[in-house]
Design a protein around this ligand. Structure first.
Ligand code: CXF
Ligand code: ZN
Length: 370
């Protein structure tokens, strides 16, 4: 079948909208009619060359839609089901899935190559075989994905809001609730308050943090942070550190969460310095892959018993945590409506990413037409 899709052909070049061919689902695969796709910064990392990927690739890894057709052996979903796509697949049987750590499922290793298990390339176009970002390619009207990436959700949840729970929400929320393990009374600093940071803020607050200090140079992002439950919003890391010390009578932050689109050495050092003895620094945003980006005092790490942790998908398990997060939304405990600053049509995608770069968006959403 034909589908309009947003394709990256070359690093540094605009994303192109073109018609691609989607070849139907084979064993274990699912044909999805995507309705909504979130515009995460990571797609831009591919376009800007900060994350290496096999090109050409259909971008988009946050999305929701409706199952149109399933291939042989598919048991997780059925035609007509509403689903959220998880940017991390969960095979259910690798060492990591079997020990409750689906966020690091072995199948995650090839998400930037974009082919499905078994070396399947279900998307073709004028430039040959196309990959799909995170094996999803949600910036397309239709996609063939593996059932390992599809999570069935209740039919009464709006798909626009649901799409956010495929990347940004679990990544930010889980970084606070799971990785930093925020406890009642904690003081938490969240650096960067975009699509990930807003959710780290709401996760920290929901977990009972007494003080949630949001750091962002942009005034609109600071306002945004307060809306998601931050108790304080400041412009610089130095202000955040001083404030954490003041609010805790000299102790410092229990945890610090780095959510910027690209994490650099300075941010890591700032976060490490702001946490108290016994504190935890969580690195969520990716760093350039080709160079070492963290240099810290080993003596401080040891003698102050600090912890530095990485996290992917907020240490959430897609199959159980995606429905759980949507349940919190239905209950009024998780804000999703407020995350969406603006919606775009597929052909407005470059404009949308310009808005993101200009700091105008918490999340932009592509609304597909069919
Ligand atoms: C990213 C992490 C690096 C690979 C692509 C997805 N996570 C969320 O945006
Ligand atoms: Zn993402």
């Amino acid at each position: 079948m034909k589908s309009k899709a947003a394709v990256l052909h070359e690093v540094g070049k605009p994303i192109e909208i073109e018609e691609v061919d989607i070849n139907g689902p084979k064993a274990g695969e699912v044909l999805v009619r995507y309705t909504h796709a979130g515009m995460c910064h990571s797609d831009l990392h591919l376009q800007q060359g900060d994350l290496p990927a096999r090109l050409p690739i259909v971008l988009g890894h946050e999305g929701a839609g409706v199952v149109e057709e399933v291939g042989p052996g598919v048991t997780r979903v059925a035609p007509g089901d509403n689903i959220v796509c998880s940017f991390i697949p969960s095979c259910g049987t690798c060492h990591w899935c079997a020990t409750g750590q689906q966020a690091i499922c072995d199948l995650g290793a090839t998400i930037l190559e974009g082919n499905l298990p078994g070396d399947r390339w279900p998307i073709t176009g004028w430039a040959g075989q196309y990959g799909a970002m995170c094996m999803l390619g949600t910036f397309s009207q239709y996609g063939v994905i593996h059932q390992n990436s599809a999570v069935k959700i209740d039919g009464d949840i709006p798909l626009q809001q649901a799409s956010l729970v495929g990347c940004g929400v679990p990544t930010g929320w889980g970084a606070a609730v799971n990785t930093a393990d925020v406890r009642p009374g904690d003081t938490v600093i969240v650096y960067g308050v975009g699509g990930i940071g807003s959710n780290a803020v709401q996760g920290a607050r929901f977990a009972g943090a007494k003080n949630v200090i949001a750091v962002d140079p942009l005034a609109n992002k600071q306002e945004n942070a307060l809306q998601f439950g931050a108790t304080h919003a400041v412009s610089t890391a130095a202000e955040a550190r001083d404030l954490a010390i003041e609010l805790t009578r000299g102790v410092g932050a229990t945890s610090a969460i780095l959510t910027a689109g690209l994490v650099d050495e300075q941010q890591v050092s700032d976060g490490f310095d702001a946490i108290s003895k016994g504190g935890t620094l969580v690195v969520v945003g990716v760093s350039p892959m080709t160079e070492p980006t963290i240099h810290l005092s080993g003596a401080m790490l040891t003698l102050f018993k600090k912890t530095v942790k990485g996290t992917v998908f907020g240490d959430c398990n897609p199959t159980t945590d995606i429905p759980k997060l949507l349940g919190l939304y239905q209950n009024g405990d998780l804000k999703l409506d407020e995350l969406v600053t603006k919606t775009y049509s597929l052909k407005q995608i470059n404009e949308g990413y310009e808005d993101l770069v200009n700091g105008e968006l918490t999340r932009g959403i592509i609304v597909h037409d069919h």
